[in-house]
Design a protein around this ligand. Structure first.
Ligand code: OGA
Ligand code: ZN
Length: 349
């Protein structure tokens, strides 16, 4: 691992320079320190790290792979990244481009794989999405359209990314719909500051209580029970006021509001307006996953849903999925940038 050798216990922030010079080439800054140490900095090194240059700071912030811009339908329909699955498996640049698009657009698609089998992905623990008659989760319960939601608002740390792979597509419908929650939030910030203020300052409580049936350790179906509860602002901001996270799922919204009762109706009004913005066709990306297609998206940025569907005879619409966290995905993107020496690569220490 690349690491800094200087330890903080020996670091002297009061150290002064004995002399500061630029060498004859004009390209090297030479500092001799009072304790005898010497530092030499190239102009490239200094320019890249120049804290008084807003552009240098902007470039450095790109290392976090946080989206600078958001999308509506017209934008994402033009630039939605689709990468051939087999190519991504053998070509690091293709893999990089797929994962980079997930970071910046919050969504990207792998096409052209052979449809997998249930439980047969490389990604560890997976889940299945299909119609089940005994289901407690409404996503599994019927073929009607679902409402826009993020998965698992009932968790303190909801999964940051979600992957779904289409095993058996529907005969009709069952399209995947996405809306950029960061975009909707930014629209509200400008067009409905009253709504934006309520959604960024009020926490909503979410509960998911019930059971799923999955394969147990012994390979036999087992009932897994849960009772999850957490609360979140619908739109979560960071210290600088930038939108950081979206959490919403009306099916999981609980009865409890930790506010004066007079404020509750305005919360409902705000959620209604937020939902109207999500359903504005100008904001919605609609795609149909073919068998073998895989979509990876930012669960705490995009809201997602699917429309209603009719199954093929004898084949129930079935997807398999799993969750990821950003840190692993972003680490891979930086690693690939370094390995391929891409222009976006940045120095570590
Ligand atoms: C879900 C869900 C999407 C789909 O189960 O939460 O969003 O395409 N499913 O079935
Ligand atoms: Zn979902």
């Amino acid at each position: 691992m690349k690491a800094r050798n200087l330890v903080m216990s020996e670091f002297d922030p009061e150290q002064n320079a004995e002399s500061i010079k630029i060498d004859e080439s004009g390209e090297i800054l030479k500092i001799d320190w009072k304790d005898g140490a010497k530092s030499r900095f190239s102009s490239d090194w200094l320019r890249f790290r120049n804290p008084s240059d807003p552009e240098a700071r902007k470039i450095r912030r790109q290392v976090y792979l946080f989206p600078e811009d958001t999308w509506d339908r017209a934008i994402i329909e033009k630039r939605l990244k689709k990468v051939d699955f087999h190519q991504a498996m053998v070509d690091d640049k293709a893999l990089h481009d797929f994962l980079e698009a997930v970071c910046l657009d919050g969504i990207s698609i792998l096409t052209g794989a052979e449809p997998g089998k249930l439980g047969a992905t490389h990604f560890g623990r997976t889940f299945e999405v299909a119609t089940k008659s005994d289901a407690s989760n409404m996503a599994y319960a019927h073929n009607n359209a679902l409402p826009f939601h993020t998965d698992f608002p009932s968790l303190e740390q909801p999964p940051q990314l979600q992957m779904l792979h289409m095993l058996h597509s529907a005969r009709e419908g069952g399209n995947s719909l996405f809306v950029d929650g960061f975009h909707v939030a930014n629209l509200l910030r400008h067009e409905r500051p009253d709504v934006f203020r309520i959604l960024t300052t009020t926490t909503l409580e979410f509960i998911e209580e019930g059971f799923d049936v999955h394969e147990g350790d012994d390979g036999k179906p087992r009932k897994f029970e849960y009772d999850m509860c957490a609360r979140h602002e619908t739109i979560k901001l960071d210290q600088s006021g930038r939108i950081k996270r979206i959490q919403f799922g009306n099916a999981m919204r609980s009865w409890f509001y930790d506010v004066e009762p007079e404020k509750i109706q305005d919360i409902y009004r705000s959620l209604k307006i937020f939902t109207n913005y999500c359903y504005d066709p100008k904001n919605i990306l609609k795609i149909r996953l073919e068998e073998g297609d895989t979509v990876l998206w930012a669960n705490t940025r995009l809201l997602h849903t699917r429309d209603s569907y009719i199954n093929k005879p004898e084949k129930v619409r079935t997807l398999t999925g799993c969750y990821f966290d950003w840190d692993f995905v972003k680490s891979r993107v930086r690693l690939l940038r370094d390995r391929l020496n891409l222009p976006q690569n940045q120095p570590s220490i």
